[in-house]
Design a protein around this ligand. Structure first.
Ligand code: G
Ligand code: G
Ligand code: MN
Ligand code: NA
Length: 254
């Protein structure tokens, strides 16, 4: 309960911070990054989103927090544009509660307009279960977001219950293969290899970009490259890093 009360103050007092984890192509060049929120609590130090996102969803602070994340990302994109730096797309995690809410689309439109940011620079990450929710608001909001030009990525793909047909019908842009499947690749697990390669193959056939998450070892990277995966995200290339480090990475671009 203490954490819950603190969270309200945290937004006002600027205690949230975005870290960025690069998404790189198979040549090791940076393509984009996922923004991951961190909470620098004055007494308890860093609190992980795994702890406070579920709380924020319960107490409805998730809406203000998500707006803050989107605005922070757009404000940085605007800064990089103004400085004539190479600008890379940024992925933002979105809770299904936000997609259900009236006014969410208008909020995004307003932020994009305020900072003069092209919608193509934003990828929204939703989980498979968000897509499966039988909720008209979610479905129509997702359609509108796509019409605006934002990319939709399915996060943690393979841990939920969606079928590729569903994903195709929704014209999802990106699949993020869950790190669970990568775990055993390094140990030559034949079943996991078969799953990973067929998901990559099917995604390609449907013209959906595929990002492998949780790539930690060179052997995993080699396998994914051989299977023609599009992008990788994981500790092998980089952990999530603070803003300044991400800016240096974009500068060198490798
Ligand atoms: O960065 P880390 O591995 O600790 O993230 C843990 C979880 O928190 C991940 O599942 C991630 O999707 C989620 N998360 C991180 N940042 C955000 C955010 O800004 N919004 C939402 N809804 N979830 C986030
Ligand atoms: O659920 P979501 O994909 O949004 O969460 C991303 C989380 O995965 C981040 O918290 C990040 O710290 C974590 N992560 C990113 N790369 C790796 C990796 O290579 N190995 C492991 N174990 N976790 C990772
Ligand atoms: Mn994610
Ligand atoms: Na994920």
């Amino acid at each position: 309960l203490a954490l819950e009360n603190d969270m309200r103050k945290a937004l006002e007092q600027n205690q949230f911070e975005l870290y960025y984890q690069p998404q790189v192509n198979m040549e090791g060049r940076i393509h984009s990054a996922e923004a991951l929120v961190r909470w620098n609590h004055p007494d308890w130090g860093t609190v992980s989103p795994g702890e406070f996102i579920p709380l924020a969803e319960e107490n409805h602070l998730i809406h203000d927090l998500t707006s803050w994340v989107i605005e922070e990302v757009c404000s940085q994109l605007k800064k990089w544009k103004t400085m004539e730096k190479p600008v890379k797309p940024i992925a933002i995690n979105v809770s299904p509660l936000c997609l259900m809410r009236n006014g969410f689309i208008e909020k995004i439109k307003q932020i994009l307009a305020d900072y003069e940011i092209s919608a193509h620079l934003i990828q929204l990450e939703i989980t498979e279960n968000t897509l499966l929710k039988d909720n008209e608001k979610i479905q129509s909001n997702l359609k509108m977001l796509k019409q605006l030009g934002l990319a939709i990525a399915i996060d943690d793909f393979g841990t939920g219950y969606s079928s590729l047909k569903y994903i195709h019908d929704f014209q999802v842009d990106i699949l993020k293969l869950d790190k669970l499947f990568l775990k055993e690749l390094a140990h030559d697990n034949e079943k996991d290899k078969a799953i990973v390669s067929s998901v990559i193959h099917l995604a390609k056939g449907l013209n959906i970009k595929i990002i492998a998450e949780g790539v930690e070892r060179y052997e995993q990277y080699q396998f994914l490259k051989q299977k023609d995966c599009d992008l990788i995200q994981g500790f092998l290339f980089s952990k999530p890093v603070p803003l300044e480090t991400w800016e240096e990475m974009m500068e060198t671009g490798y």
